[in-house]
Write a protein that binds this ligand. Structure first.
Ligand code: NAD
Ligand code: ZN
Length: 363
């Protein structure tokens, strides 16, 4: 029996593509891409970790479909997500004479995806972009929305462009080599999706999160497809980020502030986990959310191996950082708070004492 393949359609700004999810897709990328382009070449952007682990299978797949692969491998790590790294990729691609029809394929996590997407948006004024996300976070979060870019000394993701992929291939078997801490970080965004949109999915995850942690690939295929569909529905309902897309910031208002105060030494997923705990604390404090549901949310976060406390950074600094966030409108911090599991509301009237107590609850 062939392995299960799930196609999740995404349609944004008049552009339609599928996120294909399934174990073993990596070896099918070449054949599935062949009808989408006339290019003889295919450019692959990856990092040195994925180059060693999974590039050979991708290159073989591209070759057997008649593509001539051009590979740019960059060093591993967010610290390389900057303009200097881009320059080296342009050198490789232009040196190999890529053409307007040459697809740029991202093989990697969110860092490689963001960099490769920006390269695809800009080289020769834009070429087709293909994502082969290899981390859980890149599969469930970065595969929808079309955001690409790099960091600047002034802050994260400050230089970039929107560039939608023509196809996304999420091979869940690749998650077998993903380090466990990175898998857990992806689960933070998964839990976020369940809390904001899907009570049934939340209950299902409560029962099965152990299967995700054990890298049960069949289970992960269902989980990834389900979460891509949730993110796609939110983004498609609000393509210009005017309203409900802000729901995806659940846990991120507190989380980004913690991340910033910790000088980006704490993993994003852990900051989001703490941020979700602070948000449910605040939601209970203003009488919006039931205490028992807050306990369920925190228990699921803990079950996923993510932190629910132990914050060591300064509380005042976290509160200050929330006020200086780029998303603050007219001095009011907007919080995304659940009023029940599977549903959130936007509130800009949370009393300062409640915000403070929420951050203090993370100690
Ligand atoms: N474009 C978007 O919409 C979007 C959304 C969310 C996050 N992001 C960006 O994504 C980045 C974070 O992504 P991430 O968490 O995937 O980090 P990452 O890309 O740094 O990957 C985490 C680590 O796991 C390794 N790795 C990835 N897949 C692997 C695999 N299958 N086997 C072994 N090792 C593997 C990577 O080499 C890296 O060391 C941030 O820069 C963030 O800004 C973008
Ligand atoms: Zn996030």
């Amino acid at each position: 029996m062939p392995a299960a393949r799930i196609a999740v359609p995404v349609e944004l700004v008049g552009h339609r593509y599928d996120v294909l999810v399934g174990a073993g897709l990596l070896s099918e990328v070449g054949a599935k891409l062949r009808p989408l382009t006339r290019s003889a070449k295919a450019a692959v952007v990856t990092n040195t970790t994925l180059e060693r682990l999974h590039l050979p299978a991708l290159v073989a797949s591209l070759r057997s479909a008649g593509f001539e692969p051009v590979v740019a491998a960059i060093p591993d790590g967010e610290q390389h997500k900057h303009l200097g790294t881009l320059a080296s990729i342009y050198d490789t691609l232009l040196g190999a004479r890529v053409e307007r029809a040459t697809p740029v394929i991202a093989l990697g996590g969110g860092v490689v995806g963001d960099i490769a997407g920006f390269v695809a948006a800009t080289v020769l004024r834009g070429v087709p972009f293909v994502q082969v996300p290899t981390s859980l976070l890149a599969m469930v979060d970065a595969s929808v929305g079309g955001k690409t870019g790099v960091d600047h000394a002034m802050g994260k993701n400050l230089i970039g462009a929107f560039h939608q992929p023509i196809a996304v291939f999420a091979d869940t078997a690749l998650l077998k080599t993903l380090p466990p801490p990175q898998l857990r970080e992806g689960l933070a965004e998964v839990i976020k999706h369940q809390v904001i949109r899907d009570a049934a999915g939340f209950a299902e995850l409560e029962a099965n999160v152990g299967r995700a942690l054990a890298v049960d690939v069949d289970y992960l295929t269902q989980l990834v497809a389900h979460n891509v569909a949730i993110k796609a529905a939110v983004v498609m309902a609000d393509p210009f980020e005017r309203g409900e897309r802000a729901h995806l910031n659940f846990g991120h208002t507190f989380g980004h502030a913690i991340e910033k105060v910790a000088n980006f030494t704490m993993p994003h997923g852990e900051c989001v986990a703490l941020g979700m705990c602070a948000a449910v604390h605040a939601a209970v404090a203003i009488g919006l959310f039931a205490e028992a549901d807050a306990a369920r949310a925190k228990a699921l976060i803990a079950k996923a191996g993510l932190p629910t406390g132990g914050l060591t950074v300064d509380v005042d600094a976290v509160i200050d950082a929330m006020h200086s966030d780029k998303k603050v409108a007219a001095g009011k911090v907007r919080f995304i708070l659940p009023d029940r599991i599977g549903h959130v509301v936007i509130r800009d009237d949370v009393p300062p004492a409640v915000v403070r107590a929420a951050v203090e609850s993370l100690r």
